[in-house]
Every structure is written in C-alpha cells, then in structure tokens.
Write a protein that binds this ligand. Sequence first.
Ligand code: 5GP
Length: 191
Amino acid sequence: MKLIRDRILKDGKVYPGGVLKVDSFLNHQIDSELLSETGKELFRLFGDENITKIVTVEASGIAIACLTAIHFRVPAVFAKKNKTVNISDNLYTAEVESFTHKKTYPIVIDKAYITESDRILIVDDFLAKGHALMGLLDIARQAGASVAGAGIIIEKCFQGGGDTLRSQGLRIESLAMIESMSDDGTIIFRK
Ligand code: 5GP
C-alpha cells in the first residue's frame, strides 16, 4: 500500500537489530485517518470472508484492530499480556516471545470473546519472526474458531516469520513489506 510505504520512508527510523520505529504515526502518536485507510484496505482484501471478529494483541494492535473492525462492522478483541498468574478456566492462554523485549510472556483472551462460531481476522502493527501471530493462532485453535488470515501493517520480510507462516498455509496480507533495512537508514521494499 503506497500510503504506508511513503509514510515509512518519510517518518520511519531504523534502529540497530532490525527494529523500525514508527512512533509518530503508529506506536505512540496514532494517525487515525491513515489507520482507517488501512482498515478499508483490509476490508477490500478480506471483506468476502464472513469475518466475525478482528483479533490482535495489546497495546499497539488495538488502534489497528478498532479502525479495521469499524469497516467490517464487527467487534475488535485484543489479547491481554498477562501480568498476573491468575490463569483461570475462563481464559485461553498462549506463550509469546517478544521481539522487542527479548522475553516470553503469556497472552490471554476470555473464552467469552472467541468461540467456535467465530471466523477471525488477525491484525497487528508488525510481523517480524511471527511469534505474536503464532500465539494468536494458538488461541484461535483452542477456541475452535476458524482463521481467515492476517492483516499486517508492516512486515519485515528479512526476519522470516511471514514466509514461514505462509508456507504453512496462512493467508497473510501485509500492507508494506520491507525486504531489507540497513543501519544507515536505507529501507528497501519487496516488489
Ligand atoms: P514477531 O512476534 O512477529 O516477532 O514480532 C511482532 C511484534 O513485535 C509486533 O506485535 C510488534 O509490536 C513488535 N515488533 C516487531 N518488530 C518491530 C519493529 O521493528 N518495530 C516495532 N515498533 N515493533 C516491532
């Protein structure tokens, strides 16, 4: 999506370790109009899939999920990063390895909000190694819900998660696909 690629080139900052900072429009200050456009684009791509829930992980996925869900006219559900150990019978839980914080944390979703009658679209800000996506897929599997695919704002292709999950049959639509990033700030997109 040209809108996202242009915005990354204008405002994205490359950090060591293959990290891209997009705090000015996605991860701290949020450009809601831009995210409404990405939501519209995801509706164009997945609108015929009978989606019943848009699912993401807190915190940075929430705005994306809401501004996507509004186009699908369905609820947005976000997995909470569980800080306490009160894993109850009412929760689905999965372990996620954090790309940015280099540690593993549990995510939880209340069983009330995803059921076997749901058809889910997973959304997130970034796709790097695919761990966040795998955690949400695990929860969808536990719930018996079907997954139409994943809509990602920025995929860093060089970190491999997207290609691995696509090879396992998951439909992933990434609105900007970064082939490579170098420490001097050069960003090359996948054609
Ligand atoms: P994965 O689980 O695919 O390895 O990483 C995806 C998650 O890590 C996303 O939910 C995102 O919040 C975070 N993340 C991964 N790479 C980046 C990055 O380059 N910049 C930012 N801001 N977040 C990232």
